[in-house]
Design a protein around this ligand. Structure first.
Ligand code: FES
Length: 578
């Protein structure tokens, strides 16, 4: 028996398959929760990595999802063991959940490697939980399935649909412009988020759930099934079963997360009008698993891809509508039929992405457009270069105003987010609709954590005149639910001494998206003079995780991971003398 267990090659047998003192310890303590002896017979042990937390409302139903995963693992003859990791919520966690994405990825990596797990199911939902868990799991590379918690039901306010984030931005602008009352604003709070689940616009959470499906690391249908729909539980159960089978098939994460899979995900991101945050997260995940995904891959793979999905913030529908219209499979099918899919990319269910999606139906062409009649044309993320962003910057054309995509304007500079908040509402602020708003020191190191403040609210004076968009440039990120002609992720960031740090009020800035150009129209000599006077800002905290982060965080174009976390260590436990 012991030999047979050893032959299975399972990691967990090194813990549970022993007959010495250690075997006693490993099994005996587990038995305190009622596990019978025969469960230690060499069956695959599947970790259920749970990001449930009451501090993360988007993931607050994950205990129920975990139960369904557990049932699936048991049905397939596996041994489920649920474990918690730090969770990250966008709404409460300060200064920004992104600061902790890499910390959580370490928690996940070490929790998986250090324990007797043969495979793992990752429960992901609110924005950063998805990349954090995929990054950590990639560095171990066991058979891995991701299960997203699913989007909330559509928000309903006075007879209209309202979407997470997107309508928060627009209603907040309406309140500032005096178009709605404070009471109406409060009423909308209760109407927007009325079920379990994550943001139901095509924001970062929905984008990353779509990336899970497009990468092939989640079950087909993962992106859009509402959190409260019973089919979400069926998917969770199937994922549990599948994780057990994947262990038996030795289908590790690196066999799924290939370059072809990442290229598919980039194209799907363009087709769904997905969040700019996916750029940073996918680069970080790819570099963990050993694929050198670059910023330019986004531009190259996204070119010629159209937005097919008419969802907020780019369009009018919400994730619930998306699911009823056919969901992501209908989008993937359109890409495949038009030569925009690496069809052979393997997915976690053992089939290729094309096998999974080639017959996917579409039930509503107003929600999911065909490739021939897209919702918006040529909308892949554009990567900009120029003296203002020698290591790149990005813009999301599907969320921008076409007339501003080629624009030269006078810079109105905000030195940091505090400076912005102090001055933006000042009626004397010297700004007009042709100006370019420039925000510094909000990058990975500068904020720290690269806050989602790139879509700076416009000055109330201009809002009242009916101005709805202006060119905005920063080293920050933007919420996936936001929109506008917003240049983001400028690298190197201001706090790292990038040219952005040298921009002054009155400088002219040229944006030319068609030619992928972002240029500060100031001479090199003048910039050199300014650089001599520049001093790096002091980090706000110099101890604990903040120090580790500040000392090691990479720039946005490298995924903003910590430099020592790039790559993987695999599943072997070093110094394991047991
Ligand atoms: Fe959690 Fe939007 S706040 S997904």
């Amino acid at each position: 028996m012991a030999n047979e267990k050893k032959k299975s090659g399972l990691r967990s047998v090194k813990w549970f398959g022993r007959n010495d003192i250690y075997g006693f310890i490993y099994r005996s303590w587990m038995k305190n929760k009622g596990i019978p002896h025969d469960q230690f017979d060499g069956r695959p042990v599947i970790g259920i990595c749970n990001t449930w937390s009451e501090l993360v409302p988007c993931n607050s139903h994950f205990r129920v999802i975990a139960q369904h995963v557990r049932d699936g693992v048991l049905e397939a003859g596996g041994f489920p063991l649920e474990f918690p990791v730090m969770s990250l919520g966008e709404t409460l966690l300060r200064p920004t959940a992104m600061l902790y994405r890499n910390l959580v990825s370490m928690d996940v990596e070490e929790s998986i490697r250090g324990n007797p797990l043969d495979g793992v199911v990752l429960l992901v939902g609110c924005d950063k939980t998805t990349p954090a868990l995929l990054m950590g799991a990639s560095s171990v590379d066991l058979p891995t399935v991701a299960v997203s918690g699913g989007p909330m039901l559509s928000g309903k306010y006075r007879g209209t649909d309202i979407g997470s984030g997107t309508n928060v931005w627009s209603m907040s602008e309406d309140l500032r412009a005096g178009k709605i009352t404070q009471d109406e604003f409060h009423e909308a709070e209760s109407c927007m988020h009325r079920s379990h689940g994550h943001c139901m616009t095509m924001g970062t959470a929905s984008t990353m759930a779509s990336m899970v499906e497009a990468l092939g690391v989640g079950m087909p249908g993962n992106a859009a099934i509402p959190a409260v729909d019973a089919r979400r539980y069926v998917l969770a159960r199937e994922a549990g079963r599948r994780a057990v089978e994947m262990v038996r098939e030795k289908l590790t994460l690196s066999k799924v997360l290939t370059r072809e899979a990442f290229e598919n995900a980039i194209r799907v991101n363009a087709a769904i009008g997905g969040s700019t945050n996916a750029v940073i997260h996918l680069i970080a995940i790819a570099r963990r698993i050993g694929i050198d995904l670059k910023l330019e891959d986004w531009d190259k793979q996204g070119r010629g891809i159209h937005t097919l999905v008419n969802l907020m913030p780019n369009g009018k529908y919400l994730m619930e509508d998306f699911y009823y219209a056919g969901g992501l499979p209908a989008v993937i099918r359109e890409l495949g039929r038009n030569g925009k899919l690496n069809k052979d990319a393997l997915t976690i269910n053992g089939k290729s992405i094309w096998q999974n999606n080639k017959d996917a139906p579409c039930y509503n062409r107003d929600v999911i457009h065909s490739f021939d009649k897209p919702f918006k044309k040529n909308t892949g993320i554009a990567v900009l270069r120029g003296n203002l962003c020698p290591d790149g910057a990005i813009i999301k054309p599907s969320a921008a105003t076409p007339a501003l995509m080629k624009h030269t304007g006078r810079a109105v500079v905000f030195e940091d987010i505090e400076d912005f908040h102090t001055r933006i509402d000042d009626p004397k602020l010297d700004i007009d609709a042709n100006c370019v708003m420039v925000l510094k020191n909000c990058g990975p190191r500068g904020y720290p954590g690269m806050a989602e403040v790139g879509n700076m609210p416009l000055p109330p004076r201009l809002l009242k005149k009916g101005i709805t968009d202006m060119v905005r440039i920063s080293d920050a990120r933007m919420s996936g639910t936001a929109y506008g002609t917003v240049v983001l992720h400028v690298a190197p960031e201001a706090a790292a001494g990038g040219t952005l740090a040298l921009v002054q009020n009155g400088d002219m800035v040229e944006l030319d998206v068609a030619n992928r150009k972002l240029q500060l129209l100031v001479t090199d000599e003048e910039l050199a003079k300014r650089r001599k006077k520049w001093k790096a800002p002091k980090p706000p905290l110099t101890r604990g995780y903040w120090k580790l982060y500040n000392d090691h965080v990479l720039q946005a174009n490298e995924g903003a991971d910590l430099d020592f976390l790039v790559g993987k260590s695999g599943s072997l436990v070093p110094r394991d003398n047991h």
